[in-house]
Design a protein around this ligand. Structure first.
Ligand code: ZN
Length: 348
């Protein structure tokens, strides 16, 4: 069931916004216990299916893997890199798309519209090709050439818009061609990204800190949701949630004068779920770090030297970690989760 955050109206069918314009949340009518719901026959996303709002008969034919974790000791801390850039379309967005596409199938929706800086468009294009859906994908003109070529390869209907990320969003929202599924609003997208936390819990147990890149917040909120459910199942305490933002595009802290050009994936100055993210930071005693081009390119080159071929937006998270490390923020032996969200191969 979906419920409006503003007026409380409830919906049984798929909506990304309430009639009143408010954001809607997915509400589990009867909360489930983590252990008793795992389908232990599987070592892929099907393992967690009973915890997701997906009916078996509408499960997408693309099956998502559980992504690997690589551990590294860095300056007296234990860093766990979660390699989400190894997802089928090369980014964590496949997690949100997976649940979204299952709901679209359930409701018989065959034509959809999405705006994206590149990665979620690629993700939807891949699933749309696999399921035979028609997808109208709105992307900014500055999206990398590699991503544009991949979109063409996937036969997507691409609408390239000149202007800022917010201009692209406005164009897509007013387009009347298909059902609008922007992950900025879409409550089912968060039901997919929360699976990262389930996997991390089974792979390494509880962590002390979680850093996440924050533009629209679809990963940050999903991670929190997953950890919150694990906490309700008596599995762990909530980690400290740290939002890493791009300088010049901060939504959760004072905006910098400097404008980053390297983190296109999180260059979103006004995300609709901003209030929710502020609440998460307060509840977990977390904080916000902003990083600029110098920090991001330094972090990217270090990640590549570790063997992680990620894109610059993904390196922002590690750059945020380095900033906090230099402040002496982490205690010795702290366990820190850093999801690596997008593949660098798409930018070639
Ligand atoms: Zn409402």
């Amino acid at each position: 069931m979906l419920r409006c955050k503003s007026c409380g109206k409830e919906y049984m069918s798929f909506r990304v916004l309430c009639e009143c314009g408010g954001l809607v949340d997915y509400i589990e009518e009867r909360p489930k216990l983590f252990d008793s719901c795992l389908d232990k026959r599987f070592l892929d996303v099907r393992r967690y299916l009973p915890l997701l709002p997906i009916k078996e008969s509408f499960r997408p034919s693309v099956t998502l893997p559980i992504t690997p974790v690589v551990e590294r000791d860095i300056a007296d801390t234990k860093v766990f890199f979660k390699l989400d850039y190894l997802m089928p379309s090369g980014s964590f967005k496949d997690r949100g798309t997976y649940v979204t596409v299952a709901k679209l199938k359930e409701e018989g929706i065959r034509e959809v519209t999405l705006d994206s800086s590149g990665n979620s468009a690629l993700s939807l294009a891949l699933f749309a090709k696999s399921e035979g859906l028609k997808a109208h994908l709105f992307i900014p003109g500055y999206t990398s050439k590699g991503k544009k070529r991949l979109l063409r390869l996937l036969d997507a209907e691409v609408h390239e818009i000149e202007g800022s990320r917010m201009d692209v969003h406005k164009k897509a929202k007013s387009f009347e061609g298909g059902f609008y599924v922007s992950h900025w609003f879409n409550p089912y997208f968060l039901e997919g990204t929360k699976v990262v936390s389930y996997e991390v819990y089974e792979q390494i147990g509880a962590v002390d800190y979680v850093l996440s890149p924050v533009g629209s917040g679809s990963l940050f909120i999903g991670l929190y949701k997953g950890f919150k459910e694990l906490k309700s199942s008596g599995k762990l305490e909530l980690p400290v949630m740290i939002a890493v933002q791009a300088k010049g595009f901060e939504s959760l802290t004072e905006r910098s004068q400097e404008k980053t050009t390297l983190a296109e994936g999180i260059a979103i100055p006004e995300p609709p779920r901003k209030g929710e993210m502020k609440d998460i930071i307060n509840e977990t005693n977390g904080r916000v770090v902003s990083v600029g081009d110098d920090e991001i390119s330094q972090a990217l080159s270090e990640l590549i030297s570790f063997g992680f071929l990620v894109e610059p937006t993904s390196a922002a998270t590690y750059a945020g970690f380095k900033v906090l490390l230099s402040e002496g923020y982490f205690e010795k032996k702290a366990k820190i989760l850093i999801p690596l969200t997008g593949s660098g191969l798409k930018n070639v």
